[in-house]
Design a protein around this ligand. Structure first.
Ligand SMILES: [Zn+2]
Ligand SMILES: [Zn+2]
Length: 82
């Protein structure tokens, strides 16, 4: 029995692992969120940002991945706002 591969799509998410920043991140403007893909460090605490899959929330090591190595979800190109 093989599980059918679900045609799931997602995107790379960048988050700061510091809980104190999560509030600030929630208030981030859409204009700023568009540039998020280029950010390397948290603008609120200067910690290096953590890269994760938006679908399964697993950590990723490479922002050039086309598919999530954990859930097989396809990443849409760039930081498009839908
Ligand atoms: Zn932070
Ligand atoms: Zn995933």
């Amino acid at each position: 029995m093989t599980e059918p591969k679900s045609p799931c799509t997602g995107h790379l998410e960048k988050i700061c692992l510091d809980n104190e920043c999560s509030e600030a991140w929630e208030k981030i403007s859409p204009a700023m969120a568009e540039h998020l893909a280029d950010f390397i460090f948290c603008p609120f605490c200067a910690e290096e940002l953590h890269l994760q899959c938006s679908a399964c929330k697993e950590g990723l090591t490479n922002k050039d991945f086309k598919y999530c190595p954990w859930c097989g979800c396809e990443f849409e190109d760039g930081a498009t706002v839908s």
